[in-house]
Design a protein around this ligand. Structure first.
Ligand code: SF4
Length: 330
Protein backbone atom coordinates (compact mmCIF):
# COMPACT_ATOMS: atom_id res chain seq x y z
CA UNK A 1 0.00 0.00 0.00
CA UNK A 2 1.44 3.38 -1.04
CA UNK A 3 -0.54 5.37 1.55
CA UNK A 4 -0.23 5.34 5.34
CA UNK A 5 -2.92 7.80 6.37
CA UNK A 6 -6.53 8.07 5.14
CA UNK A 7 -8.82 11.03 5.80
CA UNK A 8 -12.48 11.05 4.73
CA UNK A 9 -14.24 14.33 4.14
CA UNK A 10 -17.73 13.96 5.70
CA UNK A 11 -19.42 14.35 2.28
CA UNK A 12 -17.59 11.24 0.99
CA UNK A 13 -19.33 9.08 3.59
CA UNK A 14 -22.72 10.05 2.17
CA UNK A 15 -22.03 7.81 -0.83
CA UNK A 16 -22.21 4.02 -0.88
CA UNK A 17 -18.80 3.88 -2.57
CA UNK A 18 -17.27 6.08 0.15
CA UNK A 19 -18.68 3.94 2.93
CA UNK A 20 -17.41 0.77 1.20
CA UNK A 21 -13.86 2.18 1.03
CA UNK A 22 -14.08 3.31 4.67
CA UNK A 23 -15.21 -0.16 5.82
CA UNK A 24 -12.58 -1.92 3.74
CA UNK A 25 -9.75 0.24 5.17
CA UNK A 26 -11.12 -0.23 8.71
CA UNK A 27 -11.27 -4.00 8.29
CA UNK A 28 -7.57 -3.97 7.31
CA UNK A 29 -6.71 -2.06 10.51
CA UNK A 30 -5.72 1.09 8.58
CA UNK A 31 -7.63 3.40 10.92
CA UNK A 32 -9.26 5.87 8.49
CA UNK A 33 -10.15 9.26 9.99
CA UNK A 34 -12.99 11.66 9.28
CA UNK A 35 -12.31 15.39 9.04
CA UNK A 36 -11.49 18.45 6.97
CA UNK A 37 -8.01 19.16 5.69
CA UNK A 38 -6.43 22.47 6.61
CA UNK A 39 -4.31 24.39 4.10
CA UNK A 40 -0.64 24.74 5.02
CA UNK A 41 1.46 27.85 4.96
CA UNK A 42 4.75 26.14 4.16
CA UNK A 43 5.87 22.91 2.51
CA UNK A 44 9.42 21.61 2.98
CA UNK A 45 10.63 18.09 2.24
CA UNK A 46 9.05 16.51 5.38
CA UNK A 47 5.57 17.96 4.72
CA UNK A 48 5.94 16.95 1.08
CA UNK A 49 6.77 13.35 2.05
CA UNK A 50 3.93 13.15 4.56
CA UNK A 51 1.49 14.63 2.04
CA UNK A 52 2.47 12.03 -0.55
CA UNK A 53 1.46 9.27 1.90
CA UNK A 54 -1.85 10.82 2.94
CA UNK A 55 -4.93 10.00 0.88
CA UNK A 56 -7.95 12.29 1.17
CA UNK A 57 -11.26 10.76 0.17
CA UNK A 58 -13.67 13.54 -0.78
CA UNK A 59 -16.32 14.49 -3.27
CA UNK A 60 -16.83 17.40 -5.62
CA UNK A 61 -19.88 17.99 -7.81
CA UNK A 62 -19.07 19.22 -11.28
CA UNK A 63 -20.96 20.15 -14.42
CA UNK A 64 -18.12 20.10 -16.98
CA UNK A 65 -14.55 18.87 -17.53
CA UNK A 66 -11.44 20.72 -18.70
CA UNK A 67 -9.99 19.82 -22.09
CA UNK A 68 -6.81 17.73 -22.16
CA UNK A 69 -4.67 18.43 -25.20
CA UNK A 70 -2.81 16.61 -26.66
CA UNK A 71 -3.50 13.30 -24.93
CA UNK A 72 -7.35 13.19 -24.84
CA UNK A 73 -10.49 15.24 -25.37
CA UNK A 74 -11.18 15.78 -21.66
CA UNK A 75 -9.56 15.44 -18.24
CA UNK A 76 -11.32 13.20 -15.73
CA UNK A 77 -11.30 15.20 -12.47
CA UNK A 78 -11.26 12.24 -10.09
CA UNK A 79 -7.68 11.93 -8.85
CA UNK A 80 -5.12 14.53 -7.82
CA UNK A 81 -1.53 13.91 -6.76
CA UNK A 82 0.43 10.69 -6.52
CA UNK A 83 2.76 8.99 -4.02
CA UNK A 84 5.70 9.25 -6.47
CA UNK A 85 8.24 12.02 -5.77
CA UNK A 86 9.44 13.08 -9.20
CA UNK A 87 11.36 16.33 -8.90
CA UNK A 88 10.00 17.75 -12.15
CA UNK A 89 6.34 16.79 -11.52
CA UNK A 90 3.84 19.29 -12.94
CA UNK A 91 1.72 18.72 -9.81
CA UNK A 92 4.40 20.04 -7.51
CA UNK A 93 2.84 23.52 -7.39
CA UNK A 94 -0.14 22.01 -5.54
CA UNK A 95 2.15 20.83 -2.77
CA UNK A 96 2.44 24.26 -1.16
CA UNK A 97 -0.95 24.79 0.45
CA UNK A 98 -2.49 21.34 0.09
CA UNK A 99 0.26 18.76 -0.05
CA UNK A 100 -2.04 15.73 -0.18
CA UNK A 101 -3.20 13.10 -2.61
CA UNK A 102 -6.94 13.13 -3.22
CA UNK A 103 -9.74 11.09 -4.78
CA UNK A 104 -13.20 12.50 -5.52
CA UNK A 105 -15.57 9.61 -5.24
CA UNK A 106 -18.88 10.99 -6.49
CA UNK A 107 -18.51 8.78 -9.52
CA UNK A 108 -22.21 8.88 -10.48
CA UNK A 109 -21.92 12.61 -11.19
CA UNK A 110 -18.70 12.00 -13.20
CA UNK A 111 -20.23 9.12 -15.21
CA UNK A 112 -23.25 11.27 -16.11
CA UNK A 113 -20.99 14.02 -17.50
CA UNK A 114 -18.90 11.46 -19.43
CA UNK A 115 -22.03 10.01 -21.02
CA UNK A 116 -23.26 13.50 -21.98
CA UNK A 117 -19.98 14.30 -23.75
CA UNK A 118 -20.14 10.97 -25.59
CA UNK A 119 -23.79 11.49 -26.58
CA UNK A 120 -22.96 14.95 -27.96
CA UNK A 121 -20.31 13.46 -30.24
CA UNK A 122 -22.13 10.41 -31.69
CA UNK A 123 -19.98 9.88 -34.79
CA UNK A 124 -16.57 9.55 -33.21
CA UNK A 125 -14.70 8.38 -30.14
CA UNK A 126 -14.50 10.76 -27.18
CA UNK A 127 -11.44 10.19 -24.99
CA UNK A 128 -10.99 10.93 -21.29
CA UNK A 129 -7.66 11.15 -19.46
CA UNK A 130 -7.58 9.66 -15.94
CA UNK A 131 -3.93 10.74 -15.50
CA UNK A 132 -4.28 14.47 -16.18
CA UNK A 133 -3.43 15.40 -12.59
CA UNK A 134 -2.26 12.12 -11.12
CA UNK A 135 -0.73 8.69 -11.59
CA UNK A 136 -3.86 6.56 -11.05
CA UNK A 137 -2.43 3.08 -10.36
CA UNK A 138 -1.43 3.61 -6.70
CA UNK A 139 -5.11 4.46 -5.98
CA UNK A 140 -6.33 1.01 -7.02
CA UNK A 141 -5.43 -0.94 -3.88
CA UNK A 142 -7.24 1.30 -1.36
CA UNK A 143 -10.19 2.34 -3.56
CA UNK A 144 -10.56 0.10 -6.64
CA UNK A 145 -11.14 3.26 -8.70
CA UNK A 146 -9.10 2.27 -11.76
CA UNK A 147 -10.82 -1.07 -12.38
CA UNK A 148 -14.17 0.60 -11.63
CA UNK A 149 -13.60 3.21 -14.36
CA UNK A 150 -12.24 0.60 -16.80
CA UNK A 151 -15.38 -1.54 -16.36
CA UNK A 152 -17.67 1.47 -16.76
CA UNK A 153 -15.91 2.45 -20.00
CA UNK A 154 -16.20 -1.16 -21.23
CA UNK A 155 -19.91 -0.47 -21.73
CA UNK A 156 -19.41 2.86 -23.57
CA UNK A 157 -18.93 2.03 -27.28
CA UNK A 158 -17.82 5.58 -28.22
CA UNK A 159 -15.86 6.24 -25.05
CA UNK A 160 -12.12 5.80 -24.54
CA UNK A 161 -10.39 5.83 -21.15
CA UNK A 162 -6.72 6.80 -21.24
CA UNK A 163 -4.34 5.99 -18.37
CA UNK A 164 -0.66 6.88 -18.10
CA UNK A 165 1.48 5.41 -15.33
CA UNK A 166 4.90 4.61 -13.96
CA UNK A 167 3.44 2.08 -11.48
CA UNK A 168 2.52 -1.62 -11.62
CA UNK A 169 -1.08 -2.76 -12.20
CA UNK A 170 -2.92 -4.66 -9.45
CA UNK A 171 -4.47 -8.00 -10.41
CA UNK A 172 -7.90 -6.33 -10.25
CA UNK A 173 -6.84 -4.09 -13.16
CA UNK A 174 -5.37 -6.96 -15.17
CA UNK A 175 -8.58 -8.94 -14.66
CA UNK A 176 -10.98 -6.05 -15.31
CA UNK A 177 -13.47 -6.31 -18.19
CA UNK A 178 -12.24 -3.61 -20.58
CA UNK A 179 -13.60 -4.44 -24.06
CA UNK A 180 -10.64 -2.64 -25.63
CA UNK A 181 -11.98 0.73 -24.46
CA UNK A 182 -9.00 1.57 -22.23
CA UNK A 183 -5.54 2.62 -23.46
CA UNK A 184 -2.58 2.30 -21.10
CA UNK A 185 0.66 4.18 -21.58
CA UNK A 186 3.71 3.36 -19.51
CA UNK A 187 5.85 6.36 -18.74
CA UNK A 188 9.49 5.43 -19.30
CA UNK A 189 12.68 7.42 -19.17
CA UNK A 190 16.43 6.86 -19.35
CA UNK A 191 18.05 5.04 -16.42
CA UNK A 192 19.82 8.27 -15.48
CA UNK A 193 16.65 10.38 -15.46
CA UNK A 194 14.82 7.77 -13.34
CA UNK A 195 17.67 7.54 -10.84
CA UNK A 196 18.22 11.28 -10.63
CA UNK A 197 14.67 12.65 -10.69
CA UNK A 198 11.92 10.01 -10.38
CA UNK A 199 12.11 9.12 -6.66
CA UNK A 200 9.66 6.63 -5.11
CA UNK A 201 8.66 5.16 -8.46
CA UNK A 202 9.34 1.67 -9.92
CA UNK A 203 12.59 1.05 -11.84
CA UNK A 204 12.71 0.93 -15.64
CA UNK A 205 12.84 -2.89 -15.53
CA UNK A 206 9.73 -3.08 -13.33
CA UNK A 207 7.82 -0.67 -15.57
CA UNK A 208 8.70 -2.75 -18.64
CA UNK A 209 7.52 -5.93 -16.89
CA UNK A 210 4.31 -4.08 -15.90
CA UNK A 211 3.79 -3.05 -19.54
CA UNK A 212 4.17 -6.67 -20.66
CA UNK A 213 1.61 -7.87 -18.08
CA UNK A 214 -0.81 -5.20 -19.28
CA UNK A 215 -0.32 -6.26 -22.92
CA UNK A 216 -0.93 -9.87 -21.86
CA UNK A 217 -4.22 -8.73 -20.28
CA UNK A 218 -5.34 -7.59 -23.74
CA UNK A 219 -5.09 -3.82 -23.26
CA UNK A 220 -3.83 -1.40 -25.89
CA UNK A 221 -0.44 -0.34 -24.54
CA UNK A 222 1.64 2.64 -25.58
CA UNK A 223 4.79 4.30 -24.31
CA UNK A 224 5.01 7.82 -22.92
CA UNK A 225 8.53 9.25 -23.01
CA UNK A 226 8.35 12.14 -20.57
CA UNK A 227 9.88 14.37 -19.69
CA UNK A 228 12.57 14.16 -22.35
CA UNK A 229 15.66 16.11 -21.27
CA UNK A 230 17.55 17.53 -24.25
CA UNK A 231 20.93 17.47 -22.51
CA UNK A 232 24.39 16.78 -24.01
CA UNK A 233 23.85 13.03 -24.42
CA UNK A 234 20.09 12.88 -25.10
CA UNK A 235 20.22 11.29 -28.56
CA UNK A 236 22.40 8.44 -27.45
CA UNK A 237 20.47 7.93 -24.18
CA UNK A 238 17.06 7.77 -25.89
CA UNK A 239 18.38 5.47 -28.64
CA UNK A 240 19.46 3.03 -25.92
CA UNK A 241 16.05 3.33 -24.27
CA UNK A 242 14.21 2.70 -27.57
CA UNK A 243 16.46 -0.33 -28.19
CA UNK A 244 15.53 -1.70 -24.78
CA UNK A 245 11.81 -1.17 -25.38
CA UNK A 246 12.09 -2.91 -28.76
CA UNK A 247 14.05 -5.78 -27.24
CA UNK A 248 11.66 -6.36 -24.31
CA UNK A 249 8.25 -5.41 -25.70
CA UNK A 250 8.79 -6.01 -29.42
CA UNK A 251 5.99 -5.05 -31.76
CA UNK A 252 3.28 -5.00 -29.10
CA UNK A 253 3.50 -1.25 -28.56
CA UNK A 254 0.62 0.61 -30.22
CA UNK A 255 1.60 4.25 -29.72
CA UNK A 256 4.35 6.59 -28.59
CA UNK A 257 3.88 10.03 -27.04
CA UNK A 258 6.84 12.29 -26.34
CA UNK A 259 6.84 15.31 -24.03
CA UNK A 260 9.97 17.43 -23.64
CA UNK A 261 10.78 18.98 -20.28
CA UNK A 262 9.11 22.27 -19.34
CA UNK A 263 8.55 24.19 -16.10
CA UNK A 264 6.79 27.26 -14.73
CA UNK A 265 8.42 29.91 -12.53
CA UNK A 266 6.15 28.84 -9.67
CA UNK A 267 7.16 25.18 -10.04
CA UNK A 268 10.82 26.14 -10.11
CA UNK A 269 10.39 27.94 -6.77
CA UNK A 270 8.65 24.94 -5.15
CA UNK A 271 11.13 22.42 -6.61
CA UNK A 272 14.18 24.30 -5.35
CA UNK A 273 12.53 24.58 -1.93
CA UNK A 274 11.73 20.86 -1.64
CA UNK A 275 14.84 19.61 -3.49
CA UNK A 276 17.52 22.25 -2.86
CA UNK A 277 20.19 20.05 -4.48
CA UNK A 278 18.19 19.38 -7.64
CA UNK A 279 20.12 18.85 -10.86
CA UNK A 280 17.11 19.69 -13.03
CA UNK A 281 18.10 22.05 -15.82
CA UNK A 282 15.92 25.13 -15.19
CA UNK A 283 18.00 27.96 -16.59
CA UNK A 284 15.46 30.44 -17.96
CA UNK A 285 17.94 32.01 -20.39
CA UNK A 286 18.29 28.68 -22.24
CA UNK A 287 14.51 28.32 -22.71
CA UNK A 288 11.66 30.00 -24.51
CA UNK A 289 8.72 31.40 -22.50
CA UNK A 290 5.36 30.23 -23.82
CA UNK A 291 1.81 30.98 -22.61
CA UNK A 292 -0.17 27.82 -21.79
CA UNK A 293 -3.79 26.68 -22.03
CA UNK A 294 -4.71 27.83 -18.51
CA UNK A 295 -3.41 31.39 -18.68
CA UNK A 296 0.06 30.91 -17.18
CA UNK A 297 3.39 30.66 -18.95
CA UNK A 298 6.00 27.94 -19.00
CA UNK A 299 9.63 27.64 -20.02
CA UNK A 300 10.03 25.19 -22.91
CA UNK A 301 13.01 24.28 -25.10
CA UNK A 302 13.78 26.58 -28.05
CA UNK A 303 11.85 25.83 -31.24
CA UNK A 304 14.84 24.44 -33.18
CA UNK A 305 15.60 22.01 -30.32
CA UNK A 306 11.98 20.79 -30.25
CA UNK A 307 12.05 20.37 -34.05
CA UNK A 308 15.25 18.38 -33.76
CA UNK A 309 13.61 16.15 -31.12
CA UNK A 310 10.56 15.74 -33.38
CA UNK A 311 12.70 14.56 -36.31
CA UNK A 312 14.78 12.32 -34.08
CA UNK A 313 11.89 10.49 -32.40
CA UNK A 314 9.95 10.17 -35.67
CA UNK A 315 12.81 8.44 -37.48
CA UNK A 316 14.08 6.37 -34.51
CA UNK A 317 10.59 5.11 -33.63
CA UNK A 318 9.61 4.38 -37.25
CA UNK A 319 12.84 2.48 -37.77
CA UNK A 320 12.28 0.18 -34.78
CA UNK A 321 8.49 -0.10 -34.43
CA UNK A 322 6.80 -0.71 -37.79
CA UNK A 323 3.28 -0.93 -36.42
CA UNK A 324 3.40 1.77 -33.71
CA UNK A 325 2.08 5.28 -34.22
CA UNK A 326 3.89 8.35 -32.89
CA UNK A 327 0.98 10.49 -31.68
CA UNK A 328 2.89 13.69 -30.88
CA UNK A 329 6.17 15.24 -29.77
CA UNK A 330 5.64 18.42 -27.79
S1 SF4 B 1 4.65 9.57 -11.07
FE1 SF4 B 1 3.76 11.21 -12.35
S2 SF4 B 1 2.18 12.15 -11.09
FE2 SF4 B 1 3.50 10.96 -9.72
S3 SF4 B 1 5.06 12.37 -8.96
FE3 SF4 B 1 5.92 11.39 -10.77
S4 SF4 B 1 5.38 12.75 -12.47
FE4 SF4 B 1 4.08 13.32 -10.75
Amino acid sequence: MYFQKFIFEPSALKTEYGRAIFNSLSSKGLNPQIGKIKARTECGYEQFREGKRTLIIGSRNLSRFETCKPSANYQLPILTGCPGMCEYCYLITRMGEKPYVKININIDNILTIIQNYINNNPNSITSFELSASSDPLPFEEPTGIVSKMIENFADMPNGKLRICTKFEPETSILNARHNGHTDFRFSLNTENAIKEFEHATPSLERRIIAAQKTIDAGYNVGIMLAPVFLNDSWQNDYKLLLDKIKDKLGDNIRTFEVVTHRYTSRAKGVITNIFPETKLDMEDSKRKFKMGQFGYGKYVYEKDKINEAREFFKSEIERRFKSAELLYVV
